[in-house]
Ligand binder design. Sequence first.
Ligand code: SAH
Ligand code: SF4
Length: 340
Amino acid sequence: MNNIYNLTIEDLENYFLSIGEKKFKALQLYSWLYEKKVNSFDLMSDVKKAVIERLKTDFSIEHLKLVKVERDTEVNKYLFELYDGSFVESVLMRHDYGTSICVSSQVGCNMGCRFCESGRLKKVRDLNAYEMVLQILAVEEDIKEKITHVVIMGIGEPFDNYLNVTNFIKIINHPKGLAIGSRHITVSTSGIVPKILEFADFPYQVNLAVSLHAPNDKIRDMIMPINKAYKIKDIMDALKVYYKKTNRRITFEYIMLDGINDSDECAIELCKLLKGLNCYVNLIPYNETNNIQYKRSKNDRILKFYDIIKKNSVGVTIRREFGSNISAACGQLRSEKEEL
Ligand code: SAH
Ligand code: SF4
């Protein structure tokens, strides 16, 4: 049965029209789901009994099963069990500017990046929009606070699940949905070129981050199999189109891997590649995992790399590290039950 949290406002309007009700009922329902946050149709006191009965036969209102929460000072990690027995994780981070959640978009990931724990499990399936929406509702319920920022950077490649991810964005961005401002939503992709182009026409001012991680195809081929399908030049060309259409600054994520992509030459090559593009680089100190042999670049290497980029007038930041104590940092999330 379709879950009610899967519906965009348009879907819900069409549904009400199809059962002979007025369109505006959709807003009323959104308000129950996302403002008053009730978890039963019966609690929707201003909805007609007949409509409630109809909703009950047409939709499930079931939430995700929260199996485990790990808490650290600024980070919580949540493990959810889905209807089919699959598992995904979400991470909550507290910042001075608000609370952000890192949402998973798939069970496993097919991109197979060599450095990533989340990708060691092949994709089992895409998450439905409601399974992403409900990650947020569950975390908000746990912390009794509103989440202000969403990054789609958990397990999975969001652009390999484009329709569900864009529906998810529509639902959480809607003023009567979770009302998370589009500028507070970031999608991160490993570089699926046709979807970057499609995203350029997605009419929401959402941030785009691209996991580049290498300044040339030789290194990128080694660490990211997706680079066999879409070369760096293809990505850059697509991003130029994206920028022309959206005028939005692009973020490049760059993991610092010891001896792989962290030399001075790499930094210089990266600056040449990005010259003229409105973007900034987010350097990510690699989070080591037990199963993968890559090591994190030394701190002084990261700082030198940072300096070179800065001197070349490309915007750059070093990502603050979060959550490695509880394996909640980037690339450490998993879809496997052995977590339990
Ligand atoms: N699949 C998407 C989004 C999820 S991964 C993507 O690849 O962009 C989110 C970010 O974490 C990506 O930039 C990814 O490359 C990075 N990442 C993966 N493994 C990591 C690790 N072990 N340490 C630090 N960052 C990692
Ligand atoms: Fe998938 Fe992103 Fe991990 Fe690559 S880095 S395997 S695309 S989750």
